[in-house]
Ligand binder design. Structure first.
Ligand SMILES: Cc1cc2nc3c(=O)[nH]c(=O)nc-3n(C[C@H](O)[C@H](O)[C@H](O)COP(=O)(O)OP(=O)(O)OC[C@H]3O[C@@H](n4cnc5c(N)ncnc54)[C@H](O)[C@@H]3O)c2cc1C
Length: 391
């Protein structure tokens, strides 16, 4: 029977940051034998999702994140320098996401990494004789059932976004069986399916336009963002659109399909121009690309004036018909309830010795490096919490 001091379930951003930080802190302590760490990862290699982040460049934090300095120090320590773009997003200096995962994997070389291991059950074993208990982690490695034991366990199995990268929500089931509450989860930071009068979205697919998007609920604006809007076969996408999605949610006991009807996106496709400036134009072409301009010119041509429908260019209402699913989502809204976790140490308030980090907890941010920041930060906090709790 193999018993580790620490088992980390999930070798993604949070799990690797936790393991690297744990090993580094152990080294700093110097004396004696270092604690044994095991990472259990479902995929054939750890950090698979990291490689896909930021369009392959890994937007690893943001200047607006209070904890960003510590993240930058952490990466510098493992050999990764960074640079900041004009919008405050940090990337590795080499612009290669796979360099980030490589540095993390190198930093955890002192851990036992079991890949192709799908964790199924985590349970606490408490002997009757009052002696100290431990955790039993049961999983499948290929077709074989395997068990590992640990004094402490960190659950860093991510959420449900991007199941193609291994995150299928397994951690929620495990957290629930350990007594934790998991709040309602839904996909966020993803495209929105829309309908607009007289518009065939399929014909706009691939067009990109600079604009402002405002999400309204029952007619009142609730959030806005500006950036590049990307048209898809059935709606809109792009970072500014992604950032609306955490706000599109149902009220308690409301069906999501019913809630959707209360939301609209109002698009301003000419944020740098006033309505007066646009009113003198005969066509939207020149501000918008030809195909997109035709949407407004056609409406204008049908109208009495025969000119472009310029008012609509700055106030284009889209009905929301759906949100793209988990495969297209970059993050999960909801997760393990925060009031059941000590957020200084990431230890469960219900099960001593159990820790959580990363997207599995009910914490989510917009695009721009905030979600990876959450993963690194909570992973590093958990590592310290585990060490301070004396392994
Ligand atoms: C395409 C894409 C691009 C993104 N780009 C950015 C970006 O640029 N900046 C940003 O801040 N955020 C980005 N995100 C979000 C960010 O990647 C996640 O929030 C972050 O990776 C979460 O870290 P985590 O460690 O909690 O989970 P993950 O990194 O998802 O890692 C969880 C790990 O647990 C493993 N696992 C799951 N279930 C089991 C199981 N049963 N047994 C064993 N292992 C299991 C998974 O295989 C996975 O390796 C992006 C997400 C996607 C999908």
């Amino acid at each position: 029977m193999m018993k580790y001091d620490l088992v980390i379930a999930g070798g993604g951003a949070a799990g690797l940051a936790a393991a690297a930080s744990f090993i580094e802190e152990q080294k700093k302590k110097g004396a004696g034998e270092s604690a044994s760490v095991c990472i259990l990862e479902k995929n054939e290699y750890p950090g698979r999702k990291i490689n896909a982040t930021g369009g392959g460049r890994c937007n690893l934090t943001n200047k607006a994140c209070p904890g960003k300095e510590e993240t930058l120090d952490f990466f510098r320590n493992i050999g990764i320098e960074t640079w900041q773009d004009s919008e405050g997003r940090y990337y590795p200096y080499t612009n290669k996401a796979s360099d980030v995962s490589k540095a993390l994997i190198d930093a955890v070389s002192g851990a036992d990494i079991k890949c192709g291991f799908t964790v199924k059950v985590i349970s606490r074993i408490q002997p009757d004789d009052g002696s100290e208990g431990c955790f039993m982690i049961t999983g499948m490695q290929g077709s074989a059932m395997e068990m590992v034991f640990a004094d402490k366990v960190l659950i860093a199995m991510g959420g449900k976004a991007g199941p193609q990268f291994g995150t299928t929500g397994d951690g929620y089931t495990i957290a629930r069986t350990l007594g934790h509450t998991v709040t309602r989860v839904f996909p966020i930071l993803t495209g929105i399916e829309c309908r607009a009068e007289g518009v065939d979205f399929a014909s706009l697919k691939g067009i990109r336009a600079k604009g402002t998007v405002i999400l309204t609920k029952d007619g009142a604006p609730i959030v806005r963002d500006t950036g590049e809007i990307q048209f898809t076969e059935d709606g809109v996408s792009g970072i500014c659109v992604f950032n609306l999605t955490p706000h599109i949610k149902a009220d308690k006991r409301e069906r999501f399909e019913d809630a959707l009807k209360r939301f609209k996106i109002v698009v301003d496709l000419a944020p740098d121009f006033t309505e007066e400036q646009l009113a003198s134009r005969e066509s939207a072409f020149g501000i918008l690309t030809e195909k997109l301009a035709a949407v407004f010119d056609r409406v204008g041509a049908d109208s009495e004036s025969g000119a472009a429908d310029t008012a609509r260019i700055k106030h284009w209402e889209l009905d929301i018909t759906g949100i793209k699913g988990w495969r297209d989502a970059q993050a999960t809204f909801g997760g393990v309830a925060l009031d059941e976790i000590n957020m200084d140490t990431m230890e469960s308030r219900l099960v001593p010795g159990l820790y959580f980090a990363g997207e599995i907890i009910d914490a989510q941010g917009p695009c721009g490096g905030f979600n990876l920041q959450n993963a690194w930060e909570t992973g590093i906090k958990a590592a310290r919490g585990i060490i301070d709790g004396e392994i």
